[in-house]
Design a binder for this molecule. Structure first.
Ligand code: ADP
Ligand code: MG
Length: 226
């Protein structure tokens, strides 16, 4: 049975890629097939093979059977800025329909678990009228929310949950990721999130010295997703 989810987060740089790679790794450890997609990546390096983005490479590394880079990351933008601005500057047309079509090429592989990583948070513009969340809506993807545990995250988490519900999508689960080693009252914040988020918590990931996918997978329960 192939399951697909859209991975969003409370902000940028809070662990969406880290957690997505960890969930894919946890699925692989159960003998499942996996696929990661980063439909649009802003912030790419020029290489002899073309533009490459580190999120997409991390997701590609946890995709089994292997996927070609262009399938994992169909749209590469060089500048590490808001995608709609990078697209405009680099003369790339970004649309929800175009990205949704590109995702279908990966969905057609039928992996047991496919995770589509967004960019930034839930409301990220693609162009003047569409948001990246329109891609999740187009495919009716249930959502996994990564909460970057830091001061202010409860507000960001609850706003994200409301927006996902208002867009008619299901919150399939959430992960607490301790990105800020100096967060005050971490346990109390976590308890509040558990109380207020109406979806399963898939894991609580501490601040790790090396947040590689195998290590992160050990803190995650992928079973509600597969
Ligand atoms: N639990 C963690 N422990 C230590 N470092 C982490 C953890 N989660 C994320 N990081 C690091 O924080 C940075 C941002 O994480 P990333 O997964 O790229 O975020 P996002 O995809 O939301 O932009 C990366 O350098 C990543 O290795
Ligand atoms: Mg990322």
């Amino acid at each position: 049975m192939s399951k697909r989810y859209f991975v969003t987060g409370t902000d940028t740089e809070i662990g969406k890629t880290t957690i997505a790679a960890g969930l894919l790794c946890a699925a692989r450890q159960r003998g499942l097939t996996t696929a990661g997609v980063k439909p649009v990546a802003a912030g790419c390096e020029r290489t002899p093979d073309g533009l490459r983005n580190e999120d997409a490479l991390a997701l590609q590394g946890q995709s089994y059977p292997p996927l070609a880079y262009d399938l994992v990351n169909p749209v590469t933008l060089e500048a590490a800025i808001a995608p709609h601005i990078a697209a405009r500057e680099e003369q790339v047309t970004l649309t929800a329909k175009g990205l949704a079509g590109a995702c279908e090429a990966v969905f057609a592989r039928g992996a047991d678990l496919t995770l589509v990583e967004g960019a930034g948070g839930w409301c990220v513009p693609l162009n003047e009228t569409e948001l990246l969340s329109d891609l999740a809506i187009a495919h009716k993807l249930p959502v996994v929310l990564v909460v970057g545990m830091r001061l202010g995250c409860i507000n960001h988490a609850l706003l994200s949950c409301r927006a996902i519900a208002a867009d008619g999508l299901q919150l399939a689960g959430w992960v607490a990721n301790y990105v800020d080693p100096d967060m005050s009252r971490p346990e109390e914040n976590l308890a509040t999130l558990r109380h207020l988020i109406d979806a399963p918590c898939l894991g609580v990931v501490p601040r790790l010295a090396c947040a590689d996918a195998e290590e992160v997978a050990g803190f995650l329960d992928v079973s509600p997703l597969v």
